[in-house]
Design a protein around this ligand. Structure first.
Ligand code: ADP
Ligand code: MG
Length: 254
C-alpha cells in the first residue's frame, strides 16, 4: 500500500520544505521507497534535493499540463536515496493555465496513479497558499501533515486550513484526513512556544506528533549544499529529529 502525504500550511516559512526533504531522506534510509513531489514554483525542495532547477528539462508543470508523462519526469536525488518530481518557476503559470481544464483539481492525483505502486511513501511539498496547486496536492493525498511554528498567529491560520481540508473532503476527496501536526523550529526555552504547544495538544490531542523538530542551524544550512541534513551532519539534532519523525510515522503515528 502506498501512502500519499501532502505537507501543507498556507503560511510560508513554517518548515514545509525542510520537512519534505528531510522526511523523504529519513524514510528512504529506513529502506522505504519514497517519492517527493515538488509542488511549489519556488522549487526549494528540488534544489534541496540536489537537483538544479535552472537546468532541469521537464518538471511537474509539464505533468500537470499533460505535456509529459510523470514516469519520464522523475529523477533520483543524487544523495537523498529517494525519487523526485522536480519543479521550477514555470509552475507559477500552471494555476492560470489549468483553469480551463476539466477536473483541474485532480491532475496530480491522476498522474500519480501511474507510478504510485513503485513507492511506499509519496510526499507532496505544497506551496504557501490555499490555491489550485495546493488543492491538487490535497486531492491526491490520503492524509495531510501540517508543519507549524508555535507562535501566536499559528492557531488562527490553522482553522482556515482545517476548514479547507473539510471542504476538500466534502467535494473531492472523502478519505482525506489530518495525519498530524508537526511542531517545527521549536525552542523549549521560549515560553510562548511552550504555551502554544500546550494549546495545540489540548485541541488536537494525539494528532500532534510526539516528535518535535528543534531549531537547528544544520537544517538551515543543508539546502545550500543540495543535501538532506542527514548527509550534511547526521549527528545534528535536526537530523536526529527527522529520523525520529520517520520512525513515528512508520510505527503508525495514529
Ligand atoms: P516553508 O517550506 O514552509 O516555506 P522552509 O522549510 O523553507 O519553510 O523553512 C523556512 C526557512 O527556515 C528556511 O530558510 C529553512 O532553512 C529554515 N528552517 C526550517 N526548519 C528549520 C529548523 N528546524 N531549524 C532552523 N531553521 C529551519
Ligand atoms: Mg517551501
Amino acid at each position: 500500500m502506498t501512502k500519499i502525504l501532502a505537507i501543507t500550511n498556507q503560511k510560508g516559512g513554517v518548515g514545509k520544505t525542510t520537512t519534505s526533504v528531510n522526511l523523504a531522506a529519513s524514510l528512504a534510509v529506513s529502506g522505504k521507497r519514497v517519492l517527493l513531489v515538488d509542488l511549489d514554483p519556488q522549487a526549494n525542495a528540488t534544489m534541496g534535493s540536489g537537483i538544479n532547477k535552472q537546468t532541469v528539462k521537464t518538471t511537474i508543470y509539464h505533468v500537470l499540463m499533460g505535456n509529459a508523462e510523470i514516469q519520464h519526469v522523475r529523477v533520483n536525488s543524487p544523495q537523498g536515496k529517494y525519487d523526485l518530481i522536480p519543479a521550477n518557476r514555470d509552475l507559477a503559470g500552471a494555476e492560470v493555465e489549468m483553469v480551463e481544464f476539466s477536473h483541474r483539481e485532480a491532475r496530480l492525483k491522476i498522474a500519480l496513479e501511474n507510478i504510485a505502486s513503485d513507492y511506499t511513501y509519496i510526499l507532496i511539498d505544497c506551496p504557501p497558499a490555499l490555491n489550485l496547486l495546493t488543492l491538487n496536492g490535497l486531492c491526491a493525498a490520503h492524509a495531510v501533515m501540517i508543519p507549524m511554528q508555535c507562535e501566536y498567529y499559528a492557531l488562527e491560520g490553522l482553522s482556515d486550513l482545517v476548514n479547507t481540508i473539510k471542504r476538500v473532503r466534502n467535494s473531492f476527496n472523502s478519505g482525506l484526513r489530518i495525519e498530524g501536526l508537526l511542531r517545527t523550529m521549536f525552542d523549549p526555552r521560549n515560553i510562548l512556544a511552550q504555551q502554544v504547544s500546550d494549546q495545540l495538544q489540548k485541541h488536537f490531542g494525539d494528532k500532534v506528533y510526539r516528535t518535535v523538530i528543534p531549531r537547528n542551524v544544520r537544517l538551515a544550512e543543508a539546502p545550500g549544499f543540495g543535501l538532506p541534513v542527514l548527509y550534511h551532519d547526521g549527528q545534528s539534532k535536526g537530523a536526529q529529529a527527522y529520523l525520529e519523525l520517520a520512525q513515528e510515522i512508520l510505527a503508525g503515528h495514529l
